[in-house]
Write a protein that binds this ligand. Sequence first.
Ligand SMILES: [Zn+2]
Ligand SMILES: [Zn+2]
Length: 257
Amino acid sequence: MKQDPQTLPKGALELVVLGAGDAFGSGGRNQPAFLIHLSAWAFLLDCGATTLVALKRFGLDPGAIGAILLSHLHGDHTAGIPFLFLQYQFLTRREEPLVIAGPPGTEERIEGLWGLMYKETRDMMERRFPVQYLELEPKKWTRIGPVEVFPRQVVHHHRKVAYGYQVKAGEKVLGYSGDTEWTDELIKLADGCDLFICESYRYERNLPFHMSYKDIQAHRSAFNCKRLLLTHLHADALAHIDDIQDEVAYDGMRILL
Ligand SMILES: [Zn+2]
Ligand SMILES: [Zn+2]
């Protein structure tokens, strides 16, 4: 049932899965994006290319998004931002700045993406919506609107920084792995979370920079979180979905915390 964010109990939050998939559209799933509603504010965790389509499909207001928190700068986690910019340029007026927070290099990458995708709009029109970039330091709490975020570095690139996050929102704590191979930082990211969203890309095949469900199983008892939600499944993991004993996210899933 659709939850009106205005009716959320004080301190509660609602998560809507906008994209539970990977970069390849495995299983027809959208690219990674999670919308988190507090009672009077909302933010995105990651913003894959399909994010604006998903917001509209699920009847959600793109203008309600106060911030976008990026785990890393791969296109399946960022390429939806130029479409949101287009929405704010032409359709949804916003006064409040859109905060875009992520690892070092976020501003250059997102502005570059915007310029590549809508060069004339960027170069020839005055921007009608304010954007504020925040490049976050690891292991430091940063306040963004009414939430506080704590990045930890995970293992997903040779040279670039990738983050997982803990987010204190309302009275709840949310954790997110981003994309990563196994690292003990995940145990710290999951610790004390009401919900920990964790990538589980492959079923059993080990790849650098991603996990398999076998990695999750091997470390499952070390996760001290109330609820674990797996995401970013590749086709081989989706083919084994009935063998996966943990909860798996799907597009349109809503969780009230
Ligand atoms: Zn990635
Ligand atoms: Zn990814």
